[in-house]
Design a protein around this ligand. Sequence first.
Ligand SMILES: Nc1ncnc2c1ncn2[C@@H]1O[C@H](COP(=O)(O)OP(=O)(O)OP(=O)(O)O)[C@@H](O)[C@H]1O
Length: 568
Amino acid sequence: MKMLWKYVLKYKLQFISRIITISLVTLASIAFDFLMGFIVDIFANGHTDKFLPITIISISLIVIMFLTEYLDGLVMSNYIKNTVNYLRTDIFSKIINKDIKDFSLDNSGKYISILYNDIKLIEDSFLNNIFHVISSLISFTLSLIVLFTISPAIVLFITVFGILGFIIPTALSKKLVVQKNEYSKSLEEITSVTKDLFSGFEVIKGFNISNKINSVFKNSSNNVESSKRKCSILESIVKGFSLSFSVTIYLGVLLVGGYLMYNKDISIGTAIIIIQLSTHIVGPVKTSISLTNQIKSVSLIANKIETILEVSSDDLEDTNLVDFDEAIKVENLSFEYTSDRKALDKINLIFEKNKKYAIVGESGCGKSTLIKLLMRYYNDYEGSISIDDNNLKSIYSSDLYKNMSMIQQNVFMFDDSIKENIKLFSNISDEKVLKTCKRAGISNLIDRLPQGINSLVGENGNKLSGGEKQRIAIARALINDTKILILDESTSALDNETAYNLESSLLSLDDLTLIVVTHKLIKNILINYDEIIVMKDGLIIEKGSFDYLIELKGYFYSLYYIQSDDSK
Ligand SMILES: Nc1ncnc2c1ncn2[C@@H]1O[C@H](COP(=O)(O)OP(=O)(O)OP(=O)(O)O)[C@@H](O)[C@H]1O
């Protein structure tokens, strides 16, 4: 909850302005109550001489009421716009700044649900209601003070029933808090499910499982609607209680006021003022109970957001790496995703500057894990990785990723032009983009497209082939003159000839340290690597040049000859 108050009070001036404008609106409506009483008394007592002044006062009050409402709306909309915007962008930046391990602990649908569903719940049940409660309190207090000057007996009556009317429904608030949290969870689940189902659209069609998928979605939708229904039922019980108490207060005031008027203790006008003022007391009592409950109901949602946004506190960055000069050293490196199995086991390696390395091995042997650790996707490994004798964990991210780039099998594309996907929205000339396209082997594609590098790639690059996406990703890395380029099966979507041409051109770049994970054991390519690292079950079992490994007639030799049909 503390976290929410930080956002509520971010724009303090606008927050205070809103309290002032609400007070003005309340004062204007109390003034209106008095005006009604005065008008009735003027006519009841035959004071026709006061008709003109009261008309002028009435018109002025109408104008004042319009202006205060308008001003209040203006201040409120500004406050909500800024606060919700700040809340959403701050949460988004916390999500985007998570490290990869923290991020992947939760389904990304959860994050989407926080940004849209939960923030909407916070806006409706927390932000808007805080002001309603404040407005109710102002209205209640001012009306009570004014009423006290007219009849202390009525104030006593209202206070007793007001307190009772507050205590009983508040007891129900705990249940409502839990139920609201269930509702938020069901929204989160349906967002994740929908996201996953749409991502798997082609699988759903290809395997003709639309019916099953419909029932999965139906279940999630049912859960959302059932938990929403439970919330509404609880809210109506709370509303029912508060309504009963407010009606009791209202009728009580009417009876006492009527009795005082009958006894000629007060005039008809004063009786009307009392009745009107009591609506400003009853209304707030009625609404503030359910409003406070709604505000409280957001507390579990706030806790959930706080937990999801928590980041592991192992930020150790304090070292610059201006230029990669010597080598990446991997010493006794072990890593496990789950405690029952080591994905990497005591690995020792050296990647020297400007040399070219291929990592090979059967599926699941730990190749991707090794390069993910080099890219610092995970920090909780045993052993050490250093670049030019600097502990990898301590290098500033900006320096690390300036020197090092990785291209994966599944290339992510922004729904923008080829150019923006290559330069990633940075300030780089079209000329340099075109030159890089040539190096990455996409000049033919660019020449074919009417809008060249300005052509749009579609959602996640769906207007491009897998191979074209991979070449764009290579251009993306090359344009920043990266010093260390890591490819994880990045040429898998290319035909052998294109893959050969591309890898050969990367192998010929003198000022580039290249680390390539590959399944394609093609002699003509492999002979160009300085070292082939052979992995099996999380271990490095052989390493050396292609000729050395063939002569060794060990594990690599057998892998190579299994693929001989492809590689010859
Ligand atoms: N996020 C993860 N959580 C749990 N286990 C994982 C995770 N990623 C990989 N693994 C496991 O770790 C082991 C090594 O996986 P890794 O992806 O490094 O293999 P790989 O050699 O790159 O395989 P491939 O050639 O099929 O891509 C595998 O047994 C895999 O199932």
